[in-house]
Ligand binder design. Structure first.
Ligand code: PLP
Length: 395
């Protein structure tokens, strides 16, 4: 099938919940994708921070192949060796003691919200309110959407799940003000991804941690986008000298296979007992076998070092463009989540890059977002910057 034929089929039969680029990819390797008409693209989106090891990393492909030929699914009525092993790897490499597996970021946040409520109800405390941030993104299911601090995402789906309040990101005083006798948790992305690559100010997350401790409430970090190496450390919280009570993961966890995970300390996780929460596919053989391969590769193969060094090189090169084009306001990021804040809309620039075979995306209307695979080289960055430079020159 050609790009056109695949597009027509989508239009005819698939629910139209996405605005898509006019292309259908059929093959990928590293930071490159090929479309159905044979054209090559340089990928600085990584399937939205999913393919952190690049497309079809051999370790992930081999793990999936082997597991698929052995056993794919049995259900959580029975023990699942790769699920237990992936949980061990996650705990040994993080603050956490226990892991609940599900299939997406939204589901991981649902689990986190349920656990926070259960934690307090099991102690006989009436705490169910969650404080989250303006411009945050936590997913599209009912609770995750209610937690999302963007009106345009919640619009039309009222009545929403109750007891969510939103305060500005990077404003500790606003959180302090919002905390009341009903507050169960503060839910925050260490770096806001969908909201426009917004970085925490120095000390912000640490102060939030202290505030939560003082109030006896939980700190939940949504690392669905920025966890698993994206910022140059395995988890973003490591950069900011804080530890959460609960953390959610998904996107990059299984190298491209659908998965989600909620990690918690033993004390908090204890509130869940058999029957509290469940997922038919959660922690299945295929996803967790892929997860083990992806996580091992991320921590053992110099991926984090590469992310940090190529990440600084990317910021340096983008700052070069900032010096050249007055409509570039700021370049900001950590590791390989980088935003270029513009004084003009970004959508058309993204389209023009696409036409030149470069995939980037745009969040919050004016922020170009760069989420390349963590295995890219400086030569890939040079190629990207040359293409982008050519597009910006025409703005
Ligand atoms: C993508 C994302 C989610 C939602 O993940 P899904 O797998 O699409 O449900 C939640 N939180 C953050 C920070 C995200 O970037």
């Amino acid at each position: 099938m050609t790009n056109r034929e695949i597009m027509d089929l989508t239009e005819r039969y698939v629910a139209s919940t996405y605005r898509r680029f006019p292309v259908a990819f059929v093959r990928g390797r590293g930071a490159r994708l090929w479309d159905a008409d044979g054209r090559e693209y340089l990928d600085f989106v990584s399937g939205l921070a999913v393919c952190n090891l690049g497309h079809c990393h051999p370790a992930v492909v081999d793990a999936i192949r082997e597991q698929a030929a052995t056993l794919i699914h049995t259900s959580n009525l029975y023990h699942i060796a790769p699920q237990a092993e992936l949980a061990r790897l996650l705990c040994e490499n993080s603050f956490a003691d226990r892991v609940f597996f599900c299939n997406s970021g939204a589901e991981a946040n649902e689990a986190a919200i349920k656990l926070a409520r259960k934690y307090f109800s099991s102690r006989g405390e009436n705490r169910f309110q969650i404080i989250s941030m303006e411009r945050s993104f936590h997913g599209r299911t009912m609770a995750a959407m209610a937690a999302t601090g963007q009106e345009k995402i919640r619009e039309g789906f009222e009545p929403l799940l109750e007891r969510f309040v939103y305060v500005p990101f990077n404003d500790v005083a606003a959180v302090r003000e919002a905390i009341c006798g009903e507050t169960a948790a503060v839910l925050v992305e260490p770096i806001q991804g969908e909201g426009g690559v917004n970085l925490p100010e120095p000390g912000y997350l640490k102060e939030l941690r202290a505030l939560c401790d003082e109030a006896g409430i939980l700190l939940i970090l949504d690392e669905v986008q920025v966890g698993l190496g994206r910022t140059g450390t395995l988890f973003a919280y490591e950069n900011y000298d804080v530890k959460p009570d609960i953390m959610t993961l998904a996107k990059a966890l299984a190298g491209g296979v659908a998965i989600g995970a909620m990690l918690a300390t033993a004390e908090v996780a204890e509130a869940f007992s058999p029957g509290s929460h469940a997922s038919t596919f959660g922690g299945n053989f295929l996803a967790t076998a892929a997860g083990i391969a992806a996580l091992r590769t991320t921590v053992e193969d110099g991926v984090l070092d590469n992310c940090r060094s190529v990440g600084s090189y990317l910021v340096e090169r983008l700052n070069g463009l900032k010096g050249k084009y007055p409509f570039v306001k700021e370049v900001r990021g950590r590791g390989l989540i980088v935003g270029m804040d513009l004084a003009i809309p970004g959508a058309e620039i993204v389209n023009r890059c696409f036409e030149k075979g470069l995939l980037i995306n745009c969040t919050g209307e004016t922020v170009l977002r760069f989420l390349p695979p963590l295995i890219i080289t400086e030569a890939d960055v040079d190629e990207m910057v040359t293409l982008l430079d050519g597009v910006l020159a025409g703005c």
